[in-house]
Design a protein. Structure first.
Length: 240
């Protein structure tokens, strides 16, 4: 009996030792597992926060892009409206005599010759500068009209050059109308193409002079017309 009790005690001691050993071995694993779970949860929260911030940034960027697009569209619409207003009521004719009553009462006050590049209808900086001088003069001029005559060199067909001369004259009209708020009815736009040359088209220098728009300031204010001589301006020929 004593031996049996001693064996039982030994088994009990051994069982407790085994459990303690197992606990000592598994406790670090459990702790490590818990730490990994905590780290995983933290990473998930961080990823969620990053995703939210990214989505918020994308939304803000999209809103900014939409606002910029709307502003650009509004600016384009305003520019198109200004251009349309500049072209409305602009007189187009073959000559002033056919559309202006009492033309003989108008006297030329000044004129500007704006030159263009080959096959181009875009104003150059020199051209704009010359038109700015004319625009400054218009602020103090009364009872005036502007004769805008477009010309080209002899290169190309007559039909194409007539259209090109009209586009050049329209570019001048648009610039003056929008920059200096000149009423469209004051413009008389005449496109002549290559029909009226101011220099020989047989030379490069002559053709450069013919690629032009002439703007004549005419006034029937007799005091103004009589009180000053005609002022002529010409822009340098654009580089080819």
């Amino acid at each position: 009996m004593a031996a049996l009790m001693a064996a039982s005690a030994a088994l009990l001691v051994m069982g407790c030792s085994t459990k303690n050993y197992v606990r000592s071995q598994t406790a670090p694993l459990v702790q490590k597992t818990n730490e990994l779970d905590d780290a995983t949860a933290a990473n998930t929260r961080n990823l969620h926060d990053v995703d939210q911030r990214a989505q918020s940034g994308i939304a803000q960027a999209q809103q900014s892009a939409n606002a910029a697009s709307q502003s650009a569209q509004a600016a384009t619409q305003a520019a198109n409206q200004a251009q349309q207003q500049a072209q409305e009521a602009v007189h187009e004719a073959d000559s002033l005599a056919s559309v202006v009553a009492g033309l003989d009462t108008y006297k030329q006050v000044s004129d500007v010759a704006v030159l263009f590049g080959f096959n181009k209808a875009d104003l150059t900086p020199n051209g704009k500068a010359a038109l700015d001088e004319l625009g400054a003069q218009l602020k103090t001029t009364k009872s005036y009209i502007l004769q805008v005559t477009g010309g080209t060199d002899s290169v190309g067909s007559a039909e194409y050059n007539y259209d090109l001369s009209q586009r050049r004259a329209s570019a001048v009209v648009q610039y003056l109308a929008t920059t200096y708020s000149i009423a469209p009815h004051r413009f008389y736009l005449i496109g002549i193409g290559k029909d009226k040359e101011v220099a020989s088209n047989s030379t490069a220098a002559g053709r450069a002079k013919n690629r032009r728009v002439e703007v004549q300031l005419l006034s029937n204010d007799q005091a103004l017309a009589a009180g000053q001589g005609t002022v002529s301006r010409a822009t340098p020929a654009p580089a080819q």
